[in-house]
Design a protein around this ligand. Structure first.
Ligand code: NAP
Length: 237
């Protein structure tokens, strides 16, 4: 079995996930680059290797049981899982004019995808000396911020922010179930980052957005679990 700390980052071909892979690779870790499209995966792995990362490709569609099961078979060890893959779902998301398929799609990827991948990799994580799970959420998932109507909440939408609130709730359940084990699981908020997800309207760089994911992936053994953080500390639920 490899002696190198091994991570898996889902949706690592671009945006925040790619930069999390860069950040974890800089620590000397092996990084599984979880990507659903063959060409995009190979290109990302090549680019990461050229940047000095010990990267390997992992065919992974988080919405597919078969794909996730096959991905697990590629690993002998896993120390850190970063559930980064996410979608906004598309339109229409306005209350009163909601496309239920759009809501379903967002939940399928942003919530059920995280549960599917996490459950599948838990046996390997349990065997690690210092396992970490990082779920990439968003401040738009905060019910406190949403109900205060602050700038951080983005447009009114039925699929994307609600899927992140759901993800937050799911993560708390994992934290409760894993309390007393050495597995730390936390939620990271990247801030408003210029990526494909928002038509590159964000004001932060993907590297800035990745920092919280890298931080939570590298928590010390006495670090927190079941928390919801951005670069400035805890985010209100
Ligand atoms: P992005 O550039 O659009 O990247 C999203 C990644 O997720 C892509 O690699 C995409 O793969 C992958 N993905 C989507 N569905 C997938 C599936 N079914 N299986 C596997 N991979 C899948 O967006 P991003 O901004 O970097 O988003 C990364 C995470 O940060 C998401 O969870 C997002 O909600 C969160 N976030 C982003 C912001 C922001 O301002 N950008 C703010 C808060 C939170 P393909 O290339 O194949 O589509």
């Amino acid at each position: 079995m490899s002696e190198q700390t091994t991570a898996l980052v889902t949706g690592a071909n671009k945006g925040i996930g790619y930069e999390i892979a860069i950040g974890l690779g800089a620590l000397g870790w092996r990084v599984g680059v979880g990507v659903r499209n063959d060409v995009r995966r190979e290109e990302a792995v090549e680019k990461l290797r050229a940047a000095g990362v010990d990267a390997f490709g992992v065919a992974l569609d988080v919405t597919s049981d078969a794909s996730v099961a096959a991905a697990v078979g590629q690993f002998e060890r896993l120390d850190v899982l970063v559930n980064n893959a996410g979608i906004t779902g598309g339109m229409a998301q306005e209350p009163g004019n909601t496309d239920l398929d759009v809501v379903r799609d967002a939940i399928e990827t942003n919530v059920l995808g995280v549960i599917r991948v996490t459950d599948a990799f838990l046996p390997l994580l349990r065997a690690s000396a210092s396992p970490r799970i990082v779920n990439i959420s968003s401040s738009v998932g905060s019910l406190t911020l949403q109900s205060q109507g602050t700038d951080a909440t983005g447009p009114i939408a039925m699929a994307y922010p609600t899927s992140k609130t759901f993800l937050n709730a799911v993560t708390v359940q994992y934290a409760k179930a894993l309390a007393g084990t050495n597995i730390l699981i936390n939620l990271g908020c990247p801030g408003f980052v210029a990526t494909d997800l928002n038509g590159f309207r964000g004001h932060r760089t993907p590297a800035q957005g990745a920092a919280i994911g890298v931080q939570l992936a590298t928590l010390p053994d006495d670090g927190p679990s079941g928390g919801y953080y951005d670069d400035n500390g805890p985010v209100p639920w």
